[in-house]
Design a protein around this ligand. Structure first.
Ligand code: FES
Length: 75
């Protein structure tokens, strides 16, 4: 069977992961990285996808969601 995911403005992206946290952000420390910090979007709202442009703030406010970016940090 095939599944189709439909994302509708105003709906939450994250129905169940770590909902007690204000914003779900994860970090990965890497040794080889051209920039000290790179943030990858996990809310699907970024205008610069796959990079985070801060659009999750508006999405979280509008929906009560708590999504945040994945941060890659240079060691
Ligand atoms: Fe999507 Fe920041 S804009 S996580």
């Amino acid at each position: 069977s095939s599944a189709m995911v439909v994302r509708v403005e105003g709906q939450t992206i994250n129905p169940e992961i770590r909902k007690t946290e204000e914003k779900v952000v994860d970090s990965v420390v890497v040794t080889e990285l051209s920039k000290p910090l790179t943030a990858y979007c996990r809310c699907w709202r970024s205008g610069t996808f796959p990079l985070c442009d801060g659009g999750h703030v508006k999405h979280n406010k509008a929906t009560g969601d708590n999504v945040g970016p994945l941060l890659l940090k240079k060691q």
